[in-house]
Design a protein. Sequence first.
Length: 378
Amino acid sequence: MFNFGRENTGLVARWWRNIDKQILFLFIFLLFLGLFFSFSSTSPVVAEKMNKLTYFFFTRHLIFVSISLFLILTISMQEKKKLIDFLFFLFFISILLLILVPVFGTEIKGSKRWLDFKILPMFQPVELVKPLFIIFLAKIIILNDKIKIYRRYLYSFLVLLFIVVLLINQPDLGQTLLLTAVWITMIFVSGFNMILLSILGLLFISIFASLILFFPEKFGYIFLRIKTFIDPKTGDNFQSQKALDAIKQGGLTGQGMGEGILKDKVPEAHTDYIIAVVSEEFGAIFVLFIVIIFLFIGYRVLNKVFSEKDEFLKLALVGLVSLLIIQTFIHIGVNTRLLPTTGMTLPFLSYGGSSLTGSAIIAGIILNFTRKDSVRNS
């Protein structure tokens, strides 16, 4: 018993010595920043409109943050090889859950994206799929050396296409575009021919256009959102307009904590429009500070990529950090009406158990793959 304790202590000490502390502290800081914003953006709404306790959402967010911290630390401590093997297994479980969504999923506002296990909070399987898809993609592109490179690209495309079909059926255009953008990023950095990449891009655009044209009852909302984005007078842009007004109202320094009104007017303010809430209450300067944090995380991770010799780890890290950065800028783009509405959360900061869990898995894997030394050598 005494030796086991000493072994665990040594494991934690080695982990602490080898972990990238700057990335770790920034991930933890973002989690607690999201908890703070949850307190600011949800309490009045819940008390007045949802007939629940004033701190209902905040308490739930606190639980999700605690679980996320546990996941980040646990994943980052694991032996790399064992972790990668487990993530491959978990990827197939996540795909199975995604397949079950159309059959057993819960429909909310016309979209069936969540599984309700009754004893657990509703869960959105795509948040689990995203980081695991990147690991599986890196495996296909890098590790299958005996297969010709363009055949590997084809296999990776087929995996993406399978997931995209499931997401479009929900429908979830935002996550579809996000995963497609990450896939393009990963095959680009792996040395894919730019001409073929352009052809694939045109193919994707043609597929989306065909879906809208031939299945208007299912995918017509995509065209409507794009049309409303181009000409706000042609559709319902209430939420995006209120978000933009809130950002303008906040100015550089904000209205002050709790003084914003967006959270009282838009039901999804604490999820899809959290950056607008932050901007209204704390100002554009604080939003810029958040963006700098994400960019600095990206910078630190890419520094590790340049010094890493393992091609699989390099490609996986590029994919994971691309996922974080692209999702962040899509969220900000929607809030500032630079992009059509997608329902995209902001990693670590938006309310939601699925979003926080997915962000925690990404953070844990990044911390594990950027360790200076692996625990497996101990």
